[in-house]
Design a protein around this ligand. Structure first.
Ligand code: SAM
Length: 257
């Protein structure tokens, strides 16, 4: 895999599949991180009102020029999508469709959930392992902080496994196109402490949840154990045994205690 995750799609049909599964509307503003050579950008631009594309690699300017010329509704921002303030994009995105650079896929998805409240549909190509982690069930090895946050905010609508041969160059891992939609709007002043709590809870997977919360300074260990028992859990429960819906309840109890 290249440093910038430049595994370009070879097959325009697969780009169309991504656009179809995103359930787009003609008035959508689609965010595409990493348009690359534009294989996905072109069908996306035909399906929506505006494409907000963000590309880090200026070396792709020549490849993108004809796509931009043919589709004046594509707005291209050069830069690192992890640094570009997504909330300042105007018009604001309403959907997120991309073949994501794999090294930043998870943080970009979480940032888009928090910073782009107008986005309510995603259809993204990611590493298969990441796709599985996003919607993993409690008490499975793939279940972690990201699974909790994703499932509190979104529900999966589609999962389409994709082999390596459809990319140029082929990556060393399998991929999947995963689609999901927003199921709940979390106010920022709840979401941020919730995200801190969840990340702290999973920090050391072999430690108990109470220990992890104590190590993060979120509660004394004894107090955390009492709170967990009051909520009907074993005092030595690990984070992975708590379902997504259990975390906002825990946040309430910890804030109140
Ligand atoms: N959409 C194209 C396709 O499907 O063929 C390219 C996808 S390729 C997997 C990922 C793209 O993201 C590349 O064009 C790469 O240069 C770009 N990229 C990598 N890191 C980025 C970042 N932090 N911000 C914006 N673009 C990035």
């Amino acid at each position: 895999m290249t440093r910038l995750g430049q595994n370009f799609l070879r097959d325009p049909n697969l780009a169309r599949v991504a656009v179809d599964r995103a359930q787009l509307r003609p008035d959508d503003v689609a965010l595409e991180v990493g348009p690359g050579r534009g294989i996905l950008t072109a069908p996306l631009a035909e399906a929506v009102a505006t494409v907000q594309a963000i590309e880090i690699d200026r070396g792709l300017e020549g490849d993108l020029a004809p796509v931009l010329a043919a589709h004046p509704n594509v707005r291209l921002t050069w830069g690192d999508a992890m640094q570009v303030p997504l909330a300042d994009l105007d018009p604001a995105p309403t959907a997120f469709v991309a073949n994501l650079p794999y090294n930043v896929a998870t943080p970009l998805i979480l940032t888009s959930i928090a910073d782009l409240p107008g986005v309510d549909r995603w259809c993204v190509m990611v590493q298969r392992e990441i796709a599985d982690r996003l919607f993993a069930a409690p008490s499975t090895p793939a279940y972690g902080a990201v699974s909790v946050l994703m499932q509190l905010a979104c529900e999966r609508t589609d999962l389409h496994p994709v082999g390596r041969a459809v990319f140029d160059p082929p990556p060393r891992v399998d991929s999947a196109l995963v689609a999901f939609r927003r199921r709940a709007d979390w106010p920022r002043d709840t979401w941020e402490p919730l995200a801190r709590l969840v990340h702290a809870g999973f920090r050391h997977r072999r430690k108990t949840l109470a220990n992890n919360l104590a190590m993060a300074g979120l509660a004394e260990r004894d107090a955390a154990e009492r709170i967990l028992e009051d909520l009907g859990h074993d005092r030595r429960i690990r984070a992975e045994a708590i379902a997504p819906t259990g975390w906002p309840v825990l946040l309430d109890a910890i804030t109140v205690a």
